[in-house]
Design a protein around this ligand. Structure first.
Ligand code: GDP
Ligand code: IMO
Ligand code: MG
Length: 436
């Protein structure tokens, strides 16, 4: 019995898509457990590059069942668009392999409108820098108990009544922000053709996932965003609105926490962040530009430039703790090639003295400063490496330093965007494995 969680250990975009795609070779089912189309997970297979936002990253494996779990917020238009894009690209049996949890919440046009209005009217120091995909308002509707669930697409007349109630609840906010409250029919009519496409995909994701695990199938639980964007454990309030951490996987997939056998954390060899909020190791110099340019650090969803900075070991240890990370996948090591020296944050100086834990609730205090250790860089191109021994000594030393500093073993090192550019040290499904 094995269900493996893939969780972002930083502020998102760690390369989760690639890692899920790699390990899905060994899994029969992939369940996305949180978030919505704020995610952009990049898959590079041969000459093909695909960015999925709602579809689980197992979608390019023809045999894999892909489940959109109940922890997600799903924009019907985006989902149908993604399915059609895959069909256009010649991928077969996509819909046959998809299951949409009837309990996942829907993102409807008023959520997107509210997200945009709020972001553009907030004073600069309070804007979150959201993806404006309606994520926050959709999750707010869920906890306010005015949300619409995917299963309700089966009966659009009833759904119309529930939308009317939601619009009534949102109307004062909409008006205060200068927005227009839409008519119910403006929401329902465009939904008809989308509902016709999505109703056949509906099902009980909890039952399907539990049965898969019980019958010995291997299940991957795919996270979105990252630990530091988690609504409880992130850099609040500059976070997303879902439980991105590994604990969210049980809730979002509808299984018990004891079904999870391994938690795999994904971290870049450095750090990036899109949107506002504290980022202590952020760089504003030539090294930062190197990371952005060589790492092609532009948001997969919004194309916004990602902020870049050095690796933060206290943050990684924090992520290891709140997720229970068993092993790490280290991505984008190749991007550090060409830097003379590579710095790593190992501790923080705070008004209370030097600490090695992440002072997460003090990060906006300018007296809280990262303490760095400097390591030798390297100049060799890493993309062809398939075993650790093929990495130059300085790069191997970096991996070892990270492993020791994080207190967690490295299971995989990624040295390029493609499936092939990977060093697999440990496979959580089958033990030791050769590189794919
Ligand atoms: P996700 O949201 O965690 O799935 O990550 P994204 O797909 O948003 O961003 C990761 C980016 O890095 C994508 O453009 C990937 O193609 C790319 N990528 C992943 N692993 C590597 C790697 O090891 N090296 C390089 N150079 N790029 C990588
Ligand atoms: P993946 O799954 C990086 C960030 C936004 C913003 C904050 C809140 O590709 O790693 P939201 O639209 O969720 O209300 O925005 O969270 N954010 C991400 N940053 N990768 C993501 O997803 C993100 N999803 C949301 O930039 O700062
Ligand atoms: Mg991404």
């Amino acid at each position: 019995m094995s269900a493996v969680v893939i969780v972002g250990a930083q502020w998102g975009d760690e390369g989760k898509g690639k890692i899920v795609d790699i390990y899905t070779e060994f899994a029969e089912v992939v369940v996305r457990y949180a978030g919505g189309p704020n995610a952009g997970h990049t898959l590079v297979v041969g000459d093909e590059k695909l960015i999925v936002r709602l579809l689980p990253s197992g979608i390019l494996r023809r045999e894999t069942l892909c489940v959109l779990g109940q922890g997600m917020v799903v924009d019907p238009q985006v989902l149908v668009g993604e399915i059609d894009e895959l069909r256009r690209r010649g991928h077969e049996n996509v819909e046959e392999r998809l299951l949409l949890s009837e309990r996942a919440h829907l993102i409807l046009p008023y959520h997107i409108e509210l997200d945009s209005l709020r972001e553009s009217s907030a004073p600069q120091d309070r804007a979150i820098g959201t993806t404006k995909k309606g994520i926050g308002p959709a999750y707010e509707d869920k906890v306010r108990r005015t949300g619409i669930r995917a299963g309700e697409l089966r009966d659009l007349d009833r759904l119309a009544q529930r939308v009317a109630a939601a619009l009534e609840a949102w109307a004062p906010t909409m008006k205060a922000l200068g927005g227009r409250v839409p008519e119910v029919s403006e929401i329902i009519e465009p939904l008809r053709p989308l509902a016709a496409r999505l109703v056949p995909l509906l099902g009980n994701a909890s039952v399907v996932t539990e049965e898969a695990i019980r019958s010995g199938k291997r299940v991957m639980l795919e996270g979105a965003q990252g630990t530091l964007l988690d609504v409880d454990h992130g850099t609040y309030p500059f976070v997303t609105s879902s439980s991105a951490v590994a604990g969210g996987a049980a809730i979002g997939a509808g299984i018990g926490p004891n079904r999870i056998s391994t938690v795999l954390g994904i971290t870049k060899a450095y750090t990036t962040r899109v949107g506002s909020g504290p980022f202590p190791t952020e760089l504003d110099d030539e090294d930062g530009k190197h990371l952005q340019k060589v790492g092609d650090e532009f948001g997969s969803v919004t194309r916004r430039p990602r902020r870049t900075g050095w690796l933060d070991l206290p943050a990684l240890r924090y992520a290891a703790r709140v997720n229970g990370i068993d092993g790490l996948a280290l991505t984008k090591l190749d991007v550090l090639t060409g830097l003379e020296k590579v710095k790593v944050c190992v501790a923080y100086d705070t008004p209370q003295g030097r600490v090695t834990d992440l002072p997460i609730d003090q990060l906006d205090d300018e007296r809280v400063r990262p303490v760095y250790e400097e390591l030798e860089g390297w100049t060799e191109n890493l993309e062809g490496a398939r075993v650790l021994e093929q990495l130059p000594p300085a790069a191997r030393n970096y991996v070892r330093f990270l492993e020791e500093g994080a207190g967690v073993p490295v299971y995989l090192v990624s040295v390029g965007p493609s499936r092939a550019a990977t060093i697999v040290l440990h496979n959580p499904f089958v033990g030791r494995a050769a590189a794919p």
